[in-house]
Design a binder for this molecule. Structure first.
Ligand SMILES: *Cc1c(COP(=O)(O)O)cnc(C)c1O
Length: 400
């Protein structure tokens, strides 16, 4: 079978809910991946930041293998010996008191919404079924019906209604609009510290800090979706730290699973997650020992290999390099840590053809929306590999 054969099969039997670049990967190691033709590429997307530790990190794979031989799934009907340790280590790492484990990012955001609503009824006296959650325009929190109910992207919503009520939208980056939208029924403000899927949208400086203050003033929970920005991606453990903010509720996912297992979590003080009673929420695969063992090792790798520091350092270096690109097609270069993007001018003909051209040069990137090329390599990347990548980016901008 060659590339064509796989594509034909996938497109025949698989639903077409993605528009992937036409390359078929079969192997990965660190920052590199290989396709079925044996061609090697630098992964500059990291599975939307789920592969921050790099592909098949030896320590993560070892943890996976040794746990797989011992115990993989208990359900929460019984306890296992991995979840208590992950819960403790995760809380100690992030500075929270309690954690609730789920599998996908979307499930964790749903969990945060559920507990924010319960908190509003129990702690704030909001009348039953009246709790409101404020979200931002151009947000991305996942694909469930509830989460797309407050998406502003028609592609995510059209034909999928009816939608879940109880959400209010405000423009991203606008603290005055946030404060105006708050009313006595407002339970929480849900926000991404950088909107990655929207095209690496970095809000005005001070936005996160001011939004947190507004939430405190009105006794509204500040929920940060750090599924993509968290765990070192932006050069800090959490992107909210850039403005010295500690969210009331933190949502993590993606690289928590070290690039090889789906695991997500919600973290908060005891006064919030402590409100869940047995039976009110759960997941069959949540906190399974295999996921927990992998996540424990993935977090240790993040800290012990100093990936956060590396993300800050290499991100700064690469952003400066990108700023030296001379092209009439570039509108802006932006981002934090190793979450970077080039926004193209509308007349550039879209980011897709740049990603196609970069792929030919051996650099795997993906457009986000029409006009933004995202650069998000694994956080283990070294300066010499960034130089290699920059050469390709430079080439492509010279050619197109
Ligand atoms: C990827 C992502 C999600 C959804 O995570 P899934 O694991 O795909 O459900 C939610 N929020 C943000 C900010 C994300 O980047």
């Amino acid at each position: 079978m060659d590339t064509r054969d796989y594509i034909v099969l996938e497109d025949l039997y698989g639903a077409h809910n993605y528009h992937p670049l036409d390359i078929v990967l079969t192997r990965g190691k660190g920052i590199w991946v290989w396709d079925v033709e044996g061609k090697k590429y630098l992964d500059f997307l990291s599975a939307y930041s789920a592969v921050n530790q790099g592909h098949c990190h030896p320590r993560v794979i070892k943890a996976l293998e040794s746990q797989a031989e011992k115990l993989t799934l208990t359900s929460r009907a019984f306890r296992n010996d991995q979840w208590p340790l992950l819960a403790k280590e995760l809380c100690e790492l992030t500075g929270y008191e309690m954690a609730l484990p789920m599998n996908s990012g979307a499930e964790a955001v749903e969990t945060a919404i559920k507990i924010a609503r319960k908190w509003a009824y129990k702690k704030r006296g909001v009348p039953q079924d009246r709790a409101e959650i404020i979200a931002c325009s151009n947000n991305f929190h996942g694909r469930t019906i509830t989460l797309i109910s407050f998406s502003s992207e028609p592609l995510y919503r059209n034909d999928f209604g009816p939608f879940t009520p109880g959400f209010v939208m405000v423009p991203y980056g606008d603290t005055a609009a946030l404060e105006t939208a708050i009313n006595p029924n407002t339970a929480a403000f849900l926000v991404e510290p950088i909107q990655a899927e929207a095209g690496i949208i970095v809000p005005p400086e001070g936005y996160i800090k001011e939004a947190k203050k507004i939430c405190e003033r009105h006794n509204v929970l500040f929920i940060a979706d750090e599924i993509q920005t968290g765990l070192g991606r932006t050069g800090k453990l959490l992107a909210c730290e850039h403005e010295g903010v500690k969210p009331d509720v933190l949502v993590l996912g993606k690289s928590m699973g070290g690039g090889c297992y789906a695991i997500s979590a919600v973290l908060s003080p005891r006064t919030i997650l402590g409100l869940f009673k047995p039976g009110e929420h759960g997941s069959t695969f949540g906190a399974n020992p295999l996921a927990c063992a992998v996540a424990r090792e993935a977090l240790r790798v993040l800290v012990e290999e100093e990936l956060i520091e590396n993300s800050a350092e290499q991100g700064k270096y690469f952003l400066e390099k990108l700023k030296t690109l001379k092209s009439r097609h570039i509108e802006e270069v932006r981002g934090k840590g190793l979450l970077l993007g080039i926004e193209l001018k509308p007349e550039a003909g879209g980011a897709r053809r740049y990603c196609e051209a970069l792929k030919e040069e051996g650099l795997l990137c993906k457009e986000t929306h029409e006009n933004v090329i995202r650069f998000a390599p694994p956080l283990i990347i070294k300066q010499k590999d960034l130089n290699w990548a920059f050469k390709r980016v430079h080439q492509v901008f010279k050619k197109i």
